[in-house]
Design a protein around this ligand. Structure first.
Ligand code: XMP
Length: 320
């Protein structure tokens, strides 16, 4: 029977054998489970010959950048380059409203920044990727029917092709549940291990229309409240993805003696096996009521909260 213990040990040995006694590895951390577990395995194998790069694109959830730095740099002592690229991404996204355009800009910018950091590191020969076994099967079985590609997905996986780096893929024999078990084994905090997936383009595809600093701040605060309440009620683990979306639709509200004119926050929570189809989560009314009142009371600029009751298909999980 499979044991996380033996898998972790085996993966560490495999990395050691591949990278050798002098090889250096670069790894992009996204804040998700896969890149975190891949990085920890490699770090166990080759120590400080691993350098992680974390790019703060300004499109992350509340506290994410701080958490990546605290966990990897301060807790695990993994060499980490944290790049503050918030201004750079925001400038590139100015005036952009088309979702696919947003994805393209964010994906390309990420690659350029990562390349810049990689080239500045002397003697790096290897690039780590958090490729899982299902991705390996999919790419080696071209006759296997693939899901219709509706959105171009970019991940930290889509890295520079012309960099001549050799790939290190410590997760390539693992399924997702095995990656989580390995993460726990390696001491990754439980809240990290059970994180819902988060799209590469981040909050940019959860703000309908133009991405502005002000909208990002509103969305981050609303999303934080929703996630806090899901964790507190136990519903985070009972759903596979949950988040807030900012709709730039302004509607009239009333607060005290005055009228308000604020934006709308849509809450989305889904259950799914494989993210190809999904159902909206039947969250308790009391929970929704509490989240709604916290958001309108605590987040300035929001006066209306709605709950998305669409399944996939026909709706997708994300709104863009
Ligand atoms: P949809 O919205 O197509 O999403 O039902 C299915 C899953 O994919 C995630 N998603 C993305 N992930 N880059 C990513 O890395 C993207 O551009 C992207 N778009 C959607 C989505 O969060 C869900 O888990």
């Amino acid at each position: 029977e499979w044991q996380p213990n033996s898998f972790v040990a085996e993966a560490i040995e495999r990395v050691k054998a591949q990278v050798g006694d002098h090889g250096r590895v670069i790894c992009a951390l996204s804040g998700g489970v896969d890149s975190a577990v891949a990085a920890l395995i490699i770090h166990r194998a080759i120590g400080d010959r691993l350098t992680c790069v974390f790019v703060d694109n300004g499109l992350l959830r509340a506290g994410e950048a701080e958490q990546v730095i605290a966990t990897f740099s301060e807790h695990f002592h993994v060499p980490l380059i944290a790049v503050d690229a918030r201004e750079e991404f925001m400038t590139a996204l100015k005036g952009v409203t088309d979702p696919e355009q947003k994805r393209k800009i964010i994906g390309e910018k990420f690659i350029r920044i990562f390349e810049r950091e990689a080239r500045a590191l002397a003697g790096v020969e290897f690039l780590a990727q958090g490729t899982l076994y299902p991705d390996v099967i999919e790419s080696t079985a071209p006759d296997r029917p693939k899901a219709a590609k509706i959105k171009t997905h970019h991940n930290v996986g889509g890295l520079p092709a012309d960099m001549q780096l050799k790939l290190v893929e410590p997760l390539r024999y693992l399924f997702k549940d095995e990656v989580r078990a390995a993460g726990l084994q390696l001491g990754l905090p439980e809240t990290w291990v059970w994180r819902h997936p988060f799209p590469g383009p981040g909050l940019a595809v959860r703000i309908i229309g133009e991405v502005t600093w002000e909208r990002l701040e509103i969305l981050r605060q609303a999303d934080k409240i929703f996630l806090e309440e899901l964790h507190a009620s136990g519903y985070y683990r009972a759903t596979q993805q949950a988040f807030a979306v900012l709709l730039p639709v302004q509607s009239v509200g009333v607060m005290g003696d005055g009228r308000t004119y604020g934006v709308t926050i849509a809450l989305r929570a889904i259950t799914t096996e494989d993210y190809m189809t999904a159902d909206w989560a039947r969250l308790p009314y009391e929970l929704l009521a509490h989240v709604s009142s916290r958001i309108v009371n605590e987040v300035e600029g929001v006066n209306r909260v709605v709950y998305d009751i669409s399944s996939k298909p026909p709706a997708t999980i994300e709104w863009e």
